[in-house]
Every structure is written in structure tokens, then in C-alpha cells.
Design a protein around this ligand. Structure first.
Ligand code: NAD
Ligand code: UDP
Ligand code: UDP
Length: 331
């Protein structure tokens, strides 16, 4: 494993020069909804690098053109400003469906992309979430666990939206024979993550860089398991190319309390960073950690980048986006 610099300025993982997937199947036409977002843009980089034609469909609700700008001018790349709530007519082989604001439009967008997959015979991959397990009563979470979700809580819109999206995906699979794949993604971080959307890793990193106190919600003893984005993208591609429907947990089993995470951020950025306690949000899951036995066995996948290795790569990207980087003027 080595670290390289991308032309647009941040570091990424080099998997030793190998492109593990897709060598045998060149020239696929692939839609990535939400491809201008954090995870989507990294996925697009990998698909472009292996020679596929990629259509990004994004309404820039949370995503950003800057994330995919380095592909502009490449004849294999297209960017369409479009809300997936509206029907969409395309001819493609595969659909990676990542577009998702935390709202019921999640369901309508998924329905449309499944309709598209059915019409053109494309393979459809849903990026679901560990939130389908709610505040889990089973630990670590295995794919067979049905979850513990409050249907009327403040986070239900997202959780239930994804649960419904999984249901629709399986219904189209069983009822209309659509080839589908379901990934349940656990907390993911890395370069290009939204700076201000309130997630814990981006909050702590931005706060430490700006010399503000790290805001720990509640007692900070709740846990999450943090996965670096390149590991996730590798898992998504293996899932799409493989023979198994899923659902598959894609996450890094390394589990941290929020206080431990704050400590790692202090070690990485600023040992003197202060910690400030704030009231926690309602229905916050107490713990979360993926059981990834199924992905290991059936996809031959496991994460490679630990939090201590991955965090510095995110920090250099955040540093550059927050302060600008004089040493890297073209970025
Ligand atoms: P993101 O917000 O960076 O990316 C989502 C993209 O979808 C954005 O570019 C946004 O503009 C676009 N989008 C939103 N609504 C749209 C619509 N109606 N039509 C077209 N485009 C739309 O988020 P991300 O972290 O990259 O997440 C990607 C996917 O992975 C999402 O489905 C998310 O639910 C799932 N996921 C992410 C995590 C994580 O930790 N990042 C964890 C679990 C699941
Ligand atoms: N759809 C789309 N693109 C297509 C095919 C369908 O956006 O190429 C949308 C369509 O508008 C509908 C949804 O996907 O809202 C579900 O389509 P499906 O054909 O399964 O359902 P139906 O239209 O028969 O209710
Ligand atoms: N959190 C925190 N400080 C913050 C933001 C979040 O302590 O500034 C906590 C939050 O209460 C939760 C955990 O970090 O327990 C993860 O929150 P996030 O929103 O990143 O992810 P999710 O809850 O969706 O897993």
C-alpha cells in the first residue's frame, strides 16, 4: 500500500498498481447517481481509471462539481444535472444508485432508477446504510439482523427511506427479475467529505484545524466504526461485479467511542485541541460495528486502511479546502 497524490491535490490509496476489477469487461456504460458527492466521486475515479464510460446524474443538493471536474473534457465522462425524483431515460449496463438526500425523495428516486434498470436490463446497486439497524440490540450487526428503528423519530426519514429502498430493490428483483445488489454502508470518511454537514469525523477535523473545541455529543461513550472511502469503493465495485445480491455490510470493524475518536484527531492534528460536551440528539444509536464475515467470504473483501492511516489523508484535503494551499497552486 502506498500513498500518491492525485492531480487535484489530495492523496489517495494506490493499490500497488493493480486494478483488481473489471479488466475482463471493458467499456461498460455506467450511471452513478450522486456521482458528484463524496463517495460517488471516488467511485467515478475508479470506474474512469479502468476504462468505462460514466454518466454522473446529480442535482448538486449536497454534491459539488469540483469533485468530478478533473474528468471534464474526457469523452467517456458525462455530467447530467438531474433530480432522480424525475424519471430519466438512458441506455446503460450498470446503475450505482447513491443519490440520496435524507428524505422520502429517497424512495421515489430509487423507484425511478429501478424502473430504468428494468427497462434497459441494467444491473442496479443500492447504497443502503447501517442506519437500517437503528439503535441495534445485536452487536456487532450481522446482515440477518432486522434492526431496531423508531418509525416516528427524528432520524426515521433517512432510516425508513433506506429500509423502503431495500424493500423496493428486492421487489424489483423478485417481481421483475432485475439484477440487484445491496450494500449497507457503515460510517465512511475521507477526502471530499462535506465539511459542514455535521457528521462527527468532518466536524472534529474541521474544528481541530480551525482551533475550535471538538464537540462531543452526550457522554462520548457511544461507538461507531469508521471506514476509509477507498475501502468502501473497492467493496462497492466487487459487489457490483460479483454474483451475490446481498445485503452486504461494508464497513471497517475497528470500533471507537467518540471520545477515542476525538483523541485520534488530537494526535493527528493538534494535541492541545479542547473537548466540549454538548447534549446528544434523540435516538442516537449507542453502538455500531459491522460483522463483515459475509463480505469477506463472498466478495473476498476487507478494509485495508485503519483510522490512524486514513485520517491524515482526509486532514490534508480539509486543510487545503479550509485554508487554501499555497504550495499546491493548481489544486
Ligand atoms: P453525498 O451527500 O456526498 O452524496 C450524495 C450525492 O447525491 C450528492 O452529490 C447530492 O448532490 C446527490 N443527490 C442528492 N439528492 C439527489 C437527487 N434527488 N437527485 C440527484 N442527485 C441527488 O453523500 P455520500 O456520503 O457520498 O453518500 C453516498 C451514498 O452512500 C448515499 O446513498 C448515502 O446514503 C450512502 N451512505 C453513506 C455513508 C457515509 O458514511 N458517507 C454511510 C451510509 C450510507
Ligand atoms: N422510469 C425511469 N426511467 C426509465 C424507466 C422507468 O425513470 O427508463 C421510472 C418511471 O417513470 C416510473 C418508475 O421508473 O416512475 C418505475 O417504473 P416501472 O416501469 O417499474 O413502473 P410503472 O411505470 O410501470 O409504474
Ligand atoms: N457526534 C459528536 N459530535 C459531533 C457530531 C456527532 O459527538 O460534532 C456523535 C453523534 O452523536 C453520534 C456519532 O458522533 O453518536 C456519529 O454521528 P454522525 O452524524 O457522524 O453519524 P451517524 O450518527 O449517522 O452514525
Amino acid at each position: 500500500l502506498s500513498f500518491n497524490s492525485f492531480p487535484n491535490g489530495f492523496e489517495s490509496i494506490n493499490l500497488g498498481g493493480k486494478i483488481p476489477l473489471g479488466l475482463k469487461r471493458k467499456g461498460l456504460r455506467i450511471v452513478v447517481t450522486g456521482g458528484a458527492g463524496f463517495v460517488g466521486s471516488h467511485l467515478v475515479d475508479r470506474l474512469m481509471a479502468r476504462g468505462d464510460s460514466v454518466i454522473v446524474v446529480d442535482n448538486f443538493f449536497t454534491g459539488n462539481k469540483d469533485n468530478v471536474q478533473h474528468h471534464f473534457g474526457n469523452p467517456r465522462f458525462e455530467l447530467i444535472r438531474h433530480d432522480v425524483v424525475e424519471p430519466l431515460l438512458l441506455e446503460v449496463d450498470q446503475i450505482y444508485h447513491l443519490a440520496c438526500p435524507a428524505s422520502p425523495t429517497n424512495v421515489v428516486g430509487t423507484l425511478n432508477m429501478l424502473g430504468l434498470a428494468k427497462r434497459v436490463g441494467a444491473r442496479f446497486l443500492l447504497t443502503s446504510t447501517s442506519e437500517v439497524y437503528g439503535d441495534p440490540l445485536q452487536h456487532p450487526q450481522v446482515e440477518t439482523y432486522w434492526g431496531n428503528v423508531n418509525p416516528i423519530g427524528v432520524r426515521s426519514c433517512y432510516d425508513e427511506g433506506k429500509r423502503t429502498a431495500e424493500t423496493l430493490t428486492m421487489d424489483y428483483h423478485r417481481g421483475a427479475g432485475v439484477e440487484v445488489r445491496i450494500a449497507r454502508i457503515f460510517n465512511t470518511y475521507g477526502p471530499r467529505m462535506c465539511i459542514d454537514d455535521g457528521r462527527v469525523v468532518s466536524n472534529f477535523v474541521a474544528q481541530a484545524l480551525r482551533k475550535e473545541p471538538l464537540t462531543v455529543y452526550g457522554d462520548g461513550k457511544q461507538t461507531r466504526s469508521f471506514q476509509f472511502v477507498s475501502d468502501l469503493v473497492e467493496g462497492l465495485m466487487r459487489l457490483m461485479e460479483g454474483e451475490h445480491v446481498g445485503p452486504f455490510n461494508l464497513g471497517n470493524p475497528g470500533e471507537f467511542t467518540m471520545l477515542e475518536l476525538a483523541q485520534v484527531v488530537q494526535e493527528t492534528i493538534d494535541p492541545n485541541a479542547k473537548i466540549e460536551f454538548r447534549p446528544n440528539t434523540e435516538d442516537d444509536p449507542h453502538k455500531r460495528k459491522p460483522d463483515i464475515t459475509k463480505a469477506k467470504e463472498l466478495l473476498g473483501w476487507k478494509p485495508k486502511v485503519s483510522l490512524r492511516k486514513g485520517l491524515p489523508m482526509m486532514v490534508s484535503d480539509f486543510r487545503q479546502r479550509i485554508f487554501g494551499d499555497q504550495k499546491n497552486p493548481g489544486a
